[in-house]
Design a protein around this ligand. Structure first.
Ligand SMILES: NC(=O)c1ccc[n+]([C@@H]2O[C@H](COP(=O)([O-])OP(=O)(O)OC[C@H]3O[C@@H](n4cnc5c(N)ncnc54)[C@H](OP(=O)(O)O)[C@@H]3O)[C@@H](O)[C@H]2O)c1
Length: 239
């Protein structure tokens, strides 16, 4: 086994951005693909990619999976879910709990279990969303989970010793997660483009990777302006 190859773990590897990341990294590195979908994980195994099956919302499963792992150079916490709250007047707290549990609390389990598995000088990558930049319609659960996730990641960038942390803020990427969306998705990119951008940014050990810039810079600009500028626009998007 070549010493120059990195050992890379990807969560949410059975679909969308995570799957594209597995194929990208597998070209040059040794990859561990994580998820729950047994058929997809078996497909990876048949192609020489090792796999680890666990539900990230189950703390015991996350710890059992981590215990079996050897040390990795790069851990990419990419798994996530998206559900929208259709009627704010009838707030769905069960939906809210599901999304916060999967995108935020489960990340806490993964951080506790997997950080000890990152080699000294290694890297942690967390996939948040550009939805975290601004309040978007119906995104009370998803946007809040990702805004908290970005904050959490920023604090890890301040605090972690001997591990570089990259925070990823994708715009719209064509995946099963966005295929469910019933609204226009400006500047939509393919999973291959997303994986390429993440791979490049992680290789350069960037603090933040955001793409496509024509979309994320627009949101970042509005996030700097007073909320009164964004509010009417957000209400128009809702209509
Ligand atoms: N697509 C976009 O436009 C977009 C934009 C911004 C940010 N993102 C973020 O990018 C990440 C990947 O999104 P995607 O679009 O590629 O989504 P996707 O195609 O729906 O894939 C989601 C992945 O997460 C895994 N997952 C979900 N719940 C899990 C659980 N309880 N335990 C273990 N794994 C679980 C799924 O694996 P199993 O079903 O096998 O468990 C699947 O591999 C997410 O964090 C998402 O929020 C996506």
């Amino acid at each position: 086994m070549s010493e120059s190859k990195n050992r890379v773990l990807v969560t949410g590897a059975t679909s969308g951005i995570g799957e594209a990341l597995v194929y990208k990294y597998a070209q040059s590195d040794i990859v561990t693909a994580c998820g729950r979908n047994q058929d997809k994980l078996a497909e990876f195994e048949s192609r020489g990619v090792s796999s680890s099956r666990f539900d990230m919302t189950d703390k015991q499963q996350v710890f059992d999976a981590a215990e079996k792992l050897e040390a990795h150079d790069i851990i990419i916490l990419n798994a996530g879910v998206c559900e929208y709250i259709d009627n704010a007047n009838k707030f769905d707290s069960a939906l809210f709990e599901r999304v916060i549990q999967a995108n935020l609390i489960a990340t806490g389990y993964c951080l506790e279990a997997f950080i000890p598995k990152i080699k000294k000088g290694g890297q942690l990558v967390i996939v948040s969303s550009s939805a975290s930049f601004l309040p978007l319609p119906r995104a009370q659960a998803y946007g809040a989970s990702k805004a908290a996730l970005s904050y959490l990641t920023r604090v890890m960038q301040v605090e972690l010793k001997d591990i570089d942390v990259t925070l990823v803020h994708p715009g719209f990427v064509e995946t099963p997660l966005t295929n469910k969306n019933d609204f226009p998705m400006p500047c939509l990119v393919s999973v291959e483009q997303a994986a390429e951008r993440i791979y490049e940014g992680v290789s350069k050990r960037k603090n933040e990777v955001h793409f496509p810039k024509r979309f994320t810079l627009f949101l970042k600009l509005f996030s700097l302006l007073p909320f009164n500028v964004w509010l009417p626009l957000a209400k128009r998007i809702k209509r």
